[in-house]
Design a binder for this molecule. Sequence first.
Ligand SMILES: Cc1ncc(COP(=O)(O)OP(=O)(O)O)c(N)n1
Ligand SMILES: Cc1ncsc1CCOP(=O)(O)O
Ligand SMILES: [Mg+2]
Length: 308
Amino acid sequence: MTSHHDMAQAIVSAHQATLGLTPQVRTAPAFSSEAPVYRAAKQACLDLGFIEIDAECLAHAWQAMTLRTGHFSPADWPADPQDFGMRAWPRPDAFASCPKQLGLYAVLPDAAWVVRMARAGVPTVQLRFKSGDAQAVEREVRAAVEAVKGTDARLFINDHWQAAIAAGAYGVHLGQEDLGAADLSAIRAAGLRLGLSSHGYAEMLRADRLSPSYIAMGAVFPTTLKQMATAPQGTGRLAAYARLMRDYPLVAIGGIDGGKLPEVLASGVGSIAVVRALVAAAQPEAAVAKLKAEMQAWMATQEAIQMS
Ligand SMILES: Cc1ncc(COP(=O)(O)OP(=O)(O)O)c(N)n1
Ligand SMILES: Cc1ncsc1CCOP(=O)(O)O
Ligand SMILES: [Mg+2]
């Protein structure tokens, strides 16, 4: 292979079917290095529809992978944490751990839904109570923490980290734009788990630098519940993300329902987070039972395949 254009084309051809999204309209690529593999990979990642900051991360990882392995192979895809500059484990600054398989994860609008879904047997629940009224937030968070007592559910509180610490929740979930206003040391010191959202390579790497308890990835499919800055990632990209972030418990979110469970689970994530699949179901308890049974059946099939 001679020109970086040919190398880029070869990467695109090898990965278009699994990782490609329609590229956005863009100007000529900006290159931060002259290294041929970096330049080819940056071009290829942009052509595959990765956003600029993700293409930049990937291009540097391609360069590092090629130097480490000693050869350029277009069919490869960077998935080794060291090629992305990620620190080795164990890490002294890591947040408290949680199980790798968080299972069915219900993201719920109020404490009444939290108690309902915890009693229905959902193993991981989140209170996503959107309100600027501090007293209402405190009340709702305390009610949710009380509600899961006596059930097996792990309760994460979305956004409201101070109320979560005060009430003694299992953990906190934050998005990347929530990080500036959060005191991560206080969350860590209180022993709460921390889940972080991510929407691509740059955000996964930013999350990784904070050594959270789990990393959420999405939106996998289109969702009507949240305005997303990036296009739905699809399960091909989700699988690539999961390979890189394999040391973490991983949560897939966005547009997931029963019919999509097998392809999402096949990506390697240990948890499926849903909103509408439960709160918009005609019979939410029955929907819990069905989703849990489908997840268990999928896991049992995988175990059987591995044993054979
Ligand atoms: C499990 C899980 N993943 C992602 C999100 C989204 O969090 P965030 O980006 O902070 O957006 P809001 O939920 O606060 O609107 C989540 N809540 N849970
Ligand atoms: C809160 C959130 N964050 C990313 S997608 C999403 C909403 C997921 O809702 P649904 O499962 O109904 O698509
Ligand atoms: Mg948030």
